[in-house]
Write a protein that binds this ligand. Structure first.
Ligand code: NAD
Length: 494
């Protein structure tokens, strides 16, 4: 098979991709996409509204039956060809991710590889796509379950890991035989545009997948509200997720929400402190803390608190911040988010917390035009303070002194969220008890609060989601419905 070479040169005006064609928003409006690193304009982007979304939904609805009529193996082949194209364009894709997020090329390459791996994993599911065959209480009857497509999937994603976010939704939604409309984050439109281009080049029939840019209230909301969208899959903030759940609830549409976290990272008195510091730094600050799975609450046993704090602060102060591969993290995604973080830090200070490291915007010549926040460590925030409860989605973490295992576990669970968690201990008793009792979708021993693998499910409890899981074969449950099949036969009639 000859794979054509896509041109991933960023156009001056980034179009929508609807029904297999590039097009501007119907009213011609555009919005500026700025570099988080220096605030300069990268391109203009189509600013879509309800009528643009409606066109994409109609195209998906029209194209879906023929797509679903292909074998799932064939659909998997087209997705595999997409993953191969992504591999071929790995450098160009990662350069786009780095440019529009402000993260380093090294980090962007890692994220791109993870997205490619997800493509291969999901494509392979086309050869499995298991249901169950089982017994029946009725003689001469075969009973089984088979997956069915749902119809049109509305996909809405956040900006933090843009290529992974596209891959986690687009691949399983399409494998299951749905039409899909992607509304990427207004902060990372270019990655999603490039992915849509490669899906098209890989042979995805026109209309099956559209990519429509714009703001959440203008382009995202109509996708959620449309009666022709059968499943909505959303990754973003809990506030928006709550509105989406209510809106889908009114029309009883299936909805998968992957929302925020305020993830506990417990350091016991028997922990390997060097390892704990390394993982705490990565959990709190990698990707500029813009992870639903960031380690934003560090719960440290009293006996090792001072030593751990000393080592952590020391290490944080040495971190290089910037867009290069030698830097620990880059800019945050936009100026508004940066200002929200600075406000939250100020409010914490006013409420009695102490800023032990960072807390300020970097304003030296190399950083001042970008959206850079120093690695920020806070202590003495009360357990009921706003900063303890609210996700900040930036390079900010809080230290808390805990009196022992039970206190740590109780405080870890005293959160509106329940996404990820970690404990550092050498005692198997503590590790196993933690794994059994922590209320979280992901629990890690002697590791970070973040990280995922394509074949394992990811998602959270309480205000972190609605119980569905992304990645793994569990993602297929979001985008398909089970059909129970009974076949009655007559052995006398052979
Ligand atoms: P956000 O909720 O502001 O935006 C996310 C997406 O929703 C964007 O595409 C936005 O345009 C769209 N949107 C906003 N308002 C909308 C509306 N009314 N209707 C439809 N769409 C709308 O979130 P953000 O600040 O961009 O992202 C950060 C959040 O995402 C954090 O809370 C983070 O924890 C969460 N997140 C969760 C996971 C996970 O897997 N659980 C992964 C990554 C990020």
């Amino acid at each position: 098979m000859v794979i054509p070479v896509a041109d991933l040169t960023i156009p001056r005006v980034l179009p929508n991709q609807i029904a297999g064609e590039d097009c501007l928003a119907a009213d011609g409006q555009t919005v500026s996409k700025k570099s988080p690193h220096d605030g300069s304009e990268i391109c203009q982007v189509a600013r879509s509204k309800a009528s643009d979304i409606a066109r994409a939904i109609a195209a998906a609805k029209a194209a879906q039956p023929a797509w679903a009529a292909l074998t799932v193996v064939r659909r998997g082949e087209i997705l595999r060809a997409t993953a191969q194209l992504m591999q071929q364009h790995r450098q160009a894709l990662a350069a786009i991710v780095a440019l529009e997020t402000g993260k380093s090329l090294k980090d962007a390459l890692g994220e791109t590889d993870a997205a490619i791996e997800m493509g291969f994993f999901v494509a392979g599911e086309g050869r499995r796509f298991y249901g169950r065959t089982t017994t029946s209480a009725v003689a001469d009857r075969q009973a089984m379950t088979v997956r069915q497509p749902i119809g049109v999937a509305g996909l809405i994603i956040a900006a933090n890991t843009p290529i992974a976010n596209v891959a986690w939704k687009a691949f399983p939604a399409l494998l299951c035989g749905n039409g899909a409309v992607m509304k990427p984050s207004e902060d990372t439109p270019i990655t999603a545009w490039a992915c849509a281009l490669l899906l098209r080049e890989a042979g995805l029939p026109a209309g099956v997948y559209s990519n429509v840019n714009g703001f959440g209230d203008e382009a995202g909301a109509p996708l959620v509200e449309s009666a022709d969208v059968d499943v909505v899959s959303f990754t973003g903030s809990t506030g928006v997720g709550r509105w989406i759940a209510a809106t889908c609830g009114r029309r009883l549409a299936k909805v998968c929400l992957e929302l925020g976290g305020k993830n506990p990272f417990i350091v016991c008195d028997d922990a390997d402190l060097d390892k704990a510091v390394t993982f705490a730094l990565a959990s709190a600050f990698s990707n500029a803390g813009q992870r639903c799975a960031s380690g934003s609450r560090l719960l440290v046993f009293d006996a090792v608190y001072d030593e751990f704090k000393h080592r952590l602060v020391d290490a944080a102060k040495k971190l290089a911040i910037g867009p290069g591969d030698a830097d620990y993290y880059g800019a945050v995604i936009n100026e508004k988010q940066l200002n929200n973080m600075l406000e939250a830090i100020n409010a914490a200070r006013n409420a009695g917390a102490t800023i032990v490291s960072g807390g300020t915007r970097l304003d030296d010549p190399a950083h001042r035009n970008g959206y850079y926040l120093a690695p920020t460590i806070i202590e003495n925030a009360s357990r009921t303070a706003e900063i303890t409860a609210n996700e900040l989605f930036g390079p900010i973490t809080c230290l808390y002194r805990v009196q022992g295992f039970e206190d740590a576990l109780a405080f870890a669970d005293a959160s509106p969220f329940g996404l990820t968690s970690a404990i550092h201990t050498r005692y198997v008793n503590r590790a196993m008890t933690f794994l059994q009792r922590i209320k979280a979708g992901v629990a890690s021993v002697n590791g970070g609060t973040f990280g995922s693998e394509p074949h394992l499910p990811f998602g959270g409890l309480r205000q972190s989601g609605t119980g569905w899981r992304e990645a793994g074969t569990e993602a297929l449950d979001v985008y398909s419905e089970w059909k129970t099949v009974y076949i009655n036969y007559n052995p006398q009639g052979v």
